[in-house]
Write a protein that binds this ligand. Structure first.
Ligand code: NAD
Length: 250
């Protein structure tokens, strides 16, 4: 039997490109999927897609920057689907701008979504995983955290923080049977990438430059990422923790 059968999965940003593909793949593998997003309509669409394929899913409106909203949504998942086995911290946001043109209000928004939001989710879910001695956490960072990316300084700093957080929590919670791993997308064909490109003088040229720099010669697709994320969320990856995997075409 698939080790994901009937596992309870929360994926934040589940209404988006990579999050949506991840939720659909978890659903197809028999998991019960809680699709978290601040955009409820997008989350509902993904949940409906999973149910149309015979899976089990429910959409939850949740702004991960709001701790009270996170606690309410996690409690609702536990009440309706059951205790959380797998958490995918995927919600994210980016702006493309040289650092010296950015202002503190933008840093605060980037940090709130890309780092503090993930802290809230870990803090909300880890106690019950630890009590049950089981958990899989997959954090979605970025190759920007590993090699840097001009125009994305604060975003890259947040994602670097997420990598360090994951490695540290992997050590703290190994004895509780919880694994934490990181998937780093490279440029991937989603709304987020389109939004980043809009920040450039010539969006098309930026996408062309990103694509040229990818050895395998194309942008990532959400499904490319979903396969790695679902692997780390499954028992096939049960002896892997604290690791960082780029899924970026090389
Ligand atoms: P996307 O824009 O398609 O999806 C992001 C989702 O997150 C959206 O549905 C959005 O509503 C949701 N979201 C944003 N802020 C939220 C909040 N405060 N609370 C709850 N939900 C929120 O983007 P994507 O490309 O699928 O991004 C997924 C992850 O991959 C992000 O963490 C992103 O940083 C990372 N990533 C993407 C790329 C890329 O090129 N697309 C590259 C590197 C890393």
């Amino acid at each position: 039997m698939d080790s994901l059968k009937s596992k309870i999965v929360i994926a934040t940003g589940g209404g988006g490109g990579i999050g949506g593909a991840t939720c659909r793949l978890f659903g197809a593998r028999g998991a019960k999927v809680a699709v978290f997003d601040m955009n409820l309509q997008a989350a509902e669409q993904v949940a409906a897609d999973i149910m149309a394929q015979g899976g089990v899913a429910q959409a939850f409106k949740c702004d991960i920057t709001d701790r009270a909203a996170v606690d309410t949504a996690v409690a609702a998942v536990e009440a309706t689907l059951g205790p959380v086995d797998v958490l995918v911290n995927n919600a994210g946001w980016d702006v493309f701008k040289p650092f010296l043109q950015t202002v503190p209000a933008e840093w605060e928004k980037l940090i709130a979504i890309n780092l503090t939001g993930a802290l809230h989710m870990h803090h909300a879910v880890l106690p019950s995983m630890a009590a049950r001695k089981y958990g899989r956490i997959v954090n979605i960072a970025s190759d920007a955290a590993r090699v840097g990316s001009s125009g994305e300084a604060v975003y890259a700093a947040c994602k670097g923080g997420l990598v360090a957080l994951s490695k540290t929590l992997a050590r703290e919670h190994a004895r509780h049977g919880i694994t934490l791993n990181v998937v780093c997308p490279g440029p991937t064909d989603t709304a987020l990438l389109a939004g980043v490109a809009e920040g450039a003088a010539n969006p098309e040229k930026l996408i062309e430059a990103f694509t040229r720099a990818i050895p395998l010669g194309r942008l990532g697709k959400p499904d490319d990422l979903a396969k790695a994320i679902v692997f780390f969320g499954s028992d096939d990856a049960g002896f892997i923790t604290g690791q960082v995997l780029s899924v970026s075409g090389g």
